[in-house]
Every structure is written in structure tokens, then in C-alpha cells.
Design a protein around this ligand. Sequence first.
Ligand SMILES: CSC[C@@H](O)[C@@H](O)C(=O)COP(=O)(O)O
Length: 355
Amino acid sequence: MAPKLNSPVYPVVWCDDHVQLIDQTRLPGEHTVVEIRRSGDMATAIQTMIVRGAPAIGVAAAFGMYLGSREISTSDREAFLQQLEGIGKTLGATRPTAVNLFWAVSRMLKVAQGNPGSVGDIQAQLLQTAVAIASEDVQTCKAIGEHGLSILPQSPEKLCLLTHCNAGALATAGYGTALGVVRSAWTAGRLAQVYADETRPRLQGAKLTAWECVQEGIPVTVIADGMAAHCMQQGMIDLVVVGADRIAANGDAANKIGTYSVALCAQAHKIPFYVAAPLSTIDFDLTDGSKIPIEERHPSELYQLGDLNICPPGVEFYNPAFDVTPAALIAGIITEHGVFKPEDVQSQLQHLAHA
Ligand SMILES: CSC[C@@H](O)[C@@H](O)C(=O)COP(=O)(O)O
């Protein structure tokens, strides 16, 4: 049996002089930690989804920037900053949808540009900033979890909550966004059951959300994505909470492919549909969700199940990794600053955004 990972789970950890990533491509069967010492390896780890989930990608990219800063050999400040920008571009080219990646790279670049000291001083401040981004993210997730308690429907019965993909500790620096709400509801004694959509094609729900719930002793039922509507029709779901990869200024939210269908089903059954995400996931530069870049991934994610090729030769594939749920379907966005109607996100939160 695979060794138990430490609980709570921290998927991106700074360790003396390198980063340790939990290899999420191998969970739940194997609990492997990958050591990352170079920015190029961090870019590959993000692209291949060893580390995944919007806030976790942001934290990983921040450490990638620091690792990259150590690879630059010049002591000339301007040349250093220019090369650092190039490293930011390499990291930014890995996954286009999660805005936390660009947010973290931009915060790291601003720190470097704003430091008038030597290259050594800048490198030291970059490491401090990456560590701060990671620890802030855990605190942010805990605040999201706390605010999430306020959206739980008042009922003498314990609640059944449905989620899609994995927005848990693994997808953040720790604790999770949507699963942060689940954890808080569980601790408060308000939760009966989590329904986890398996989340084709990569099965983050069946593999990662289910694994996290089992680690915490939270009752979890995995369903195939196509079963969510049926479960809602049967009255089995009280509430839907999902994460997000990028939220536009008007409250439209991109999340794992299939989230939009869940939101439509929830609307049809009058079940509240919430998005839980930190401020770093809101892209105030995009007026609406149609402008969110949607990553397309390799078709093998669709036709390969383990070593098995499940489709006949000659088939074409389309594999968008995310979809956009229109703000009109979202009851509220749970952030570290409270719960907001999608239409209020810009007016209430833009002034708080850092980078
Ligand atoms: C707190 S994580 C929110 C989202 O990043 C999550 O729901 C999701 O869609 C992750 O997609 P992934 O492709 O696994 O990186």
C-alpha cells in the first residue's frame, strides 16, 4: 500500500533549496514527491499537471520565478530583470486559462523591478515573496471556507453538496477553495455527503477530490459526470460549489470542462450554484467570459484510459480543458473577503487586487 501523505496536504512546498511537488498525476495510487530545482522543470511540471489547480499553479510559478532567478548569471540589474521577464514568459506559456499563473508571475516581476538593490538582494526578496504567496494562499482558502458557511441553506437536515473537478488542498497551497467550503461545512456538522463528479477526461474528481475526502473522513460518493442531472432530479443535491480558473469582471467564471453543464442542471432544479475562488482568480482586465482563453489539451486525454486506447482509429477529437459558466447561473462568488453576487465583483473587489 502507498504511504500516507502528511495531512494536511501541501502540494507545493519549499524545502531548503528546492521545491517539492506532490505528483498529482500518480494519485491516488502512488504518493510520489517530485523535487524541482530549475525553472524549466517547474514549467514542465505545470504543463504536465504534476501540479495543477489554479492557485497551486500560481504558487508553483512563483517558486519557478525564484528558481529561474538563481539561473541568471549576470550581476547587471537591468540584464537580470530582462532575463527574469523571459523566465516569466516560459512559465506563462504552460497553461493559458488559470489566471493565477499570470498573477503570480506579474507579482514576482513587480517585486524584482521595485527592488533597487543588487541581484542578490532581489533574489532573496523573490524567495520571500514566493513563500509569502504560498502561505497567504492557505490563509485565503481558510477564509473562503469560513465565508462559505454563510451560504449553506438553513435546514435541520445535514446537506448534500456536489462539486466538480478538484478545488481542494491539492489545487491550492493547502485547504482548498470549494473543498475549503466542504471542510468548513463538515467541521461545523452541516454536511452529510459530498457528491464528486468524476470529471472527464482527467478524472480529477474521481481521483483527487475523492482521495482528499477519504483522507479527511468526509463521506464522498463519486458519480459519472452525466449522472449529476439525475441526482438533482432525485432531490439528492442541496447545493453546488465549484472552484474557478479565471473569473471575468462581470462574474462569468471559467472552470474545468463540464462545470457549465452542472450549472445549467442546477438552474433547472433550482439548486444554488456557487463558485469559490480567491481574488487572484479574478481577471479584472477581461470584461466578460468570452475573452477567457480556453486551453485545449492533447486528445490522448480522451482516447487513453491508462494503457488502453478506447476509440477506433480515424476518429477526430476536441478536448477543451475548461468552459465558462455565465454569471447569470451563479448564485454567488465566495472569496476571502466574503460572498458577492457576480455582478458586484468588480465594484466591490477591484480596489483590493494586488498585481
Ligand atoms: C481551486 S482550483 C480551481 C480550479 O483550478 C479547478 O476547479 C480546475 O478546474 C482545475 O483544473 P486542472 O486542469 O486540473 O488544473
